[in-house]
Design a protein around this ligand. Structure first.
Ligand code: AP5
Length: 206
């Protein structure tokens, strides 16, 4: 299965992608996670990406295209979470795929609901597990229930940066909804429900 997960910041793409990976074995390729790992390791990619992420802007296409091309080259099944993010990246993806995409899942939800989700998000800096202080708290309190690391708030989950990310999403990423609809690949999931309910909706469109 070759899937793209599309949706605004905080729509639940990462939460659902990780569950689908755990249950179906399809590898998640999450560009945000890969970029944050590169920043944590202070690699040349991380050094170039950091300022863009802090400002809530997209990291330049050539950097992101390269990491995705390397990651999916050997994968039969994958879930692309957070890529493509604009038309240039969508065209790049089309050119590197050896087999076509099966579907593009669009997680649809209003921005108002997302402010609450992003404000309460806590993430594990070690294994990338994602929690929410009320909707999905860690069973280990301030620690990750999987690996024990101390949970943190993402640097770009600050109000000003969240606003910028929404703007970037509206201007650059949302046009991909029509792009993939025209290609007959779009499957829409109403993402304004509990994580379990959204997962069941996701399974039903797959
Ligand atoms: P990225 O990491 O991709 O961030 P994003 O797209 O903004 O998406 P998020 O991770 O914020 O949200 P999500 O939809 O995964 O939601 P989640 O499951 O975590 O990108 C970050 C930055 O990296 C970008 O701004 C850019 O700079 C750069 N970048 C990444 N990809 C790039 C690319 N292709 N090109 C260029 N630059 C790129 O859920 C959010 C919260 O809600 C969590 O707390 C969760 O527990 C909770 N939650 C989830 N589902 C539910 C539910 N159903 N009900 C209640 N709470 C829920």
């Amino acid at each position: 299965m070759r899937l793209v997960f599309l949706g605004a910041p905080g729509a639940g793409k990462g939460t659902q992608a990780k569950r689908l990976e755990a249950e179906k074995g399809w590898t998640v390729v999450a560009t945000g996670d890969l970029l944050r790992a590169a920043i944590a390791q202070n690699t040349p990619l991380g050094q170039q990406a950091q300022a863009y992420i802090q400002r809530g802007e997209l990291v330049p296409d050539p950097l992101v295209n390269q990491i995705v091309a390397e990651r999916i080259a050997t994968l039969e099944s994958f879930i692309l979470d957070g890529y493509p993010r604009n038309l240039t990246q969508a065209e790049m993806l089309e050119s590197i795929l050896t087999q076509p995409l099966d579907a593009v899942i669009y997680f649809e939800i209003s921005e108002d609901a997302l402010i609450e989700r992003l404000g309460g998000r806590r993430v594990c800096p070690q294994c990338n597990a994602v929690y929410h202080i009320t909707a999905n708290p860690s069973k280990a309190g301030d620690q990750c229930e999987h690996c024990g690391a101390t949970l943190v708030t993402r640097e770009d989950d600050q109000p000003d940066t969240i606003r910028k990310r929404f703007q970037v999403y509206r201007e650059q990423t949302a046009p991909l909804i029509d792009y993939y609809r025209q290609r007959g690949l779009l499957r829409t999931v109403n993402a304004d429900a509990s994580p379990e309910e959204v997962y069941q909706r996701l399974l039903s469109v797959l």
